[in-house]
Write a protein that binds this ligand. Sequence first.
Ligand SMILES: Nc1ncnc2c1ncn2[C@@H]1O[C@H](COP(=O)(O)OP(=O)(O)OP(=O)(O)O)[C@@H](O)[C@H]1O
Ligand SMILES: [Mg+2]
Length: 279
Amino acid sequence: MGNVIAVVNHKGGSGKTTTALNLAAGLTRYSDITSSCLIIDMDPHGCASSALLGKPDGEAPARSIFDVLRRAITPQDGITSTVFDENIDIIPSSPSLDSISRTQITDRLLKVTQGLASSYGWIIIDTPPNLGILTQNALVAADYALIPSPCTGLSVSTLHQLRAVIEKIQERQNIWLQVLGVLVNMKDGRTDLEKHVAKQMRGEFKHAVFKTMITNNIKIEEAPSHFKSIYSYDSGCLGASLFRDWIKGELMRRHKLLEKKKGDKLEAINQAALEAQKS
Ligand SMILES: Nc1ncnc2c1ncn2[C@@H]1O[C@H](COP(=O)(O)OP(=O)(O)OP(=O)(O)O)[C@@H](O)[C@H]1O
Ligand SMILES: [Mg+2]
């Protein structure tokens, strides 16, 4: 079974890239599935690419996901190793990705992840802050949607729109897409607001909202500009322990549960096909 996670939220600055980076590094360290991980950077701004490749100026890479999607190179040829972590590879972004936004092709990335799934324990896709073609490609290619969301009242209406898009893709293009969860990020200690926002988020995504909330933590903000995950940058800080405990605990339990759900669904589909053949 695939383990492709699209990190999505069309609200800008919600923590997608930060989560994608620390999730990838955490999975290679703490998950019980093969330790290698591939990040595909689908955001034309390329923040994940800069952090992983050690290029703060965002200089365009020689080979990118843009070249892969327009089939100028193979997916394998788009892969580059990172300075961030020896177990994490990347297919970097390029500013040219914006031109794909003007097409209507939504299943190109799926072909790429299908071809690479057996080479990596996990594939994480970072996405731009909109619900356009690039994010749709990520959701069509993914087994799971992970939604980082800031802890503010305004974020709830964004989640409502996002849920509608996810449901549409589940109905029409990717019946295997499941919501891995909503991860509240940048919690700032205002307990009443947090309780209120978490309750509203549960109204949209029910039990998919993780109990773990990532606090506003300066080390989390600093780590990518040193081209490091939070665990390498300061393994003892609160941000590192929050991400680590979330991955080892809630995330792994949720993943097992959803994998089983997917297995049961596959079995039911196969069973129905067999019965249709007999009759
Ligand atoms: N838990 C946190 N504590 C402190 N700063 C954080 C935290 N999470 C994210 N940030 C900071 O908030 C900013 C936005 O985060 P990030 O770039 O991950 O969001 P994004 O959703 O990827 O943004 P965009 O929509 O522009 O791609 C960054 O400067 C990041 O360092
Ligand atoms: Mg980002």
